[in-house]
Design a protein around this ligand. Structure first.
Ligand code: AMP
Length: 420
């Protein structure tokens, strides 16, 4: 068995675990980030889901922890590496990766997320933990209950830091940082770099090495993007038509609101299509179940809000539908990044009504291109986009590797989301 991961300095048990999964060639973010993490310096990484970023930090962290595990016992409840993530789904996926790459090592990982009982977590925390993956709210609960000891953390990862700020976690993060030891290695991963992220990075990282991989999704040629102009009140019908006509068997549909997700899933189910909704008001059990059934193909349509879908990792997901365009254009990129992964072809279809011109034009500005608005026979909108006074600008295509515009988003209290 051979692996290019070995040449990055990773030990055999780790690259063998990756090879057994079929991964022998590092992705660009892995190639750049792994040696930096191994060297012990701080890292600022620009990469989003789909690039292989999880392994980019999980593998070298496991390597380092395993190398010193004999001498590093700090007592019960103590944690050596802490990975903070914004959502429960992402936490589950990161911990799965840690398990996967660490399966030939005797290191212990644990996940702490909200939405499930705290007592079993406390039980599990009685033993020391090598890699702890947590969402901020629940981790703070444990800090307050003194059920976790973070005073020996050697490595901290903030994963999807931009999303954590969007979700209003900044204060929680600062409270967590306050109980960590001063001397530690810090890794910050973010898909976008707003001024808020820069401020966080400046305060957190010491002389970081920056690595960035082109936003795979923004330029992905494995994802075809279609925009269908349709009246708002005919979107349900058009969606049902597309799924049936084109025989989509696994489709992830995004709505803007939880209520909208529930309504749409109900409508589709009543029409005889297996559909479920997944969003923040659903219990963790219901979310996990819906996702599992969707992955297994028992549920044909999964309707999700942006927060719930964050980090959903389904190999070969063929279709993503934007039932409504998101308010934040970066979310469009995250959404369509659920498909077309690992070289598979994916299709992203957006149903756009005239009142979404502003959101459409924001997406076009972000991606630095304009999209043709198609119509489907029988679903032509009453009002056409071109008859509107402010048609979106046509922009030149982006130069390869061009920087994306830094988004200017508020991270203030408005959309605060506590994951408890
Ligand atoms: P991530 O960006 O961490 O969400 O990873 C995206 C997907 O790529 C996951 O399904 C990983 O299992 C997969 N992956 C990670 N590293 C590699 C690799 N070196 N080669 C192929 N696939 C990979």
């Amino acid at each position: 068995m051979s692996s290019d991961f070995a040449s990055l300095g990773l030990s055999e048990p780790i690259w063998r675990a990756a090879a057994e999964r079929g991964y022998t060639t590092p992705t660009p973010i892995q190639e750049q980030a792994i040696p930096v993490v191994m060297s012990g310096v701080d890292l600022l990484a620009g990469a989003q889901t789909g690039t292989g970023k999880t392994a980019a930090f999980a593998m070298p962290i496991l390597h380092k922890l395993a190398a010193t595990s004999e001498t590093a016992f700090h007592g019960p409840s103590s944690v050596r590496a802490l990975v903070l993530v914004p959502t429960r789904e992402l936490a589950a996926q990161v911990e799965e990766s840690v398990q996967l790459y660490g399966k030939n090592l005797s290191l212990r990982s644990l996940i702490l997320i909200g939405g499930v009982k705290i007592n079993p977590q406390m039980q599990k925390l009685r033993r020391s933990v090598d890699v702890l993956v947590a969402t901020p709210g629940r981790l703070l609960d444990h800090i307050q209950q003194r059920s976790v000891d973070l005073s020996h953390v050697e490595i901290l990862v903030l994963d999807e830091a931009d999303r954590m700020l969007d979700m209003g976690f900044i204060r929680d993060i600062r409270r967590i940082l306050a109980v960590l030891p001063k001397k530690r290695q810090n890794l910050l991963f973010s898909a976008t770099f707003s001024p808020e992220i820069r401020t966080l990075a400046d305060g957190l990282l010491n002389n970081p090495v920056s690595v960035e991989v082109a936003s795979r999704n923004a330029t992905a040629d494995t994802v075809s993007q279609r925009f269908l102009a349709v009246d708002q009140d005919r979107k349900r019908e058009l969606l049902t038509h597309l799924i049936g006509e084109q025989q989509w068997h696994q489709v992830l549909v995004f709505t803007r609101t939880k209520h909208g997700a529930d309504r749409l899933a109900k409508h589709l189910s009543q029409g005889g299509m297996q559909a479920m909704a997944i969003h923040g008001d659903k219990s963790q059990g219901a979310r996990t179940r819906a996702l599992a059934e969707f992955k297994e193909g028992k549920v044909r349509v999964l309707v999700a809000t942006d927060i719930a879908a964050r980090g959903i990792d389904i190999n070969e997901l063929p279709h993503v539908v934007n039932y409504e365009l998101p308010h934040v254009p970066e979310d469009y990129v995250h959404r369509i990044g659920r498909t077309g992964r690992a070289g598979n072809n994916g299709q992203a279809v957006s149903l756009v009504s005239v009142d979404e011109r502003k959101q459409l034009s924001d997406v076009e500005k972000l991606l630095k291109r304009s999209f043709t608005k198609e119509t489907i026979v029988g679903f032509e909108p009453k009002q056409s986009f071109s008859s509107q006074p402010h048609a979106p600008h046509t922009r030149r295509p982006a130069a390869p590797g061009a920087q994306r515009r830094a988004p200017s988003r508020s991270t203030g209290g408005g959309n605060r989301f506590r994951d408890r």
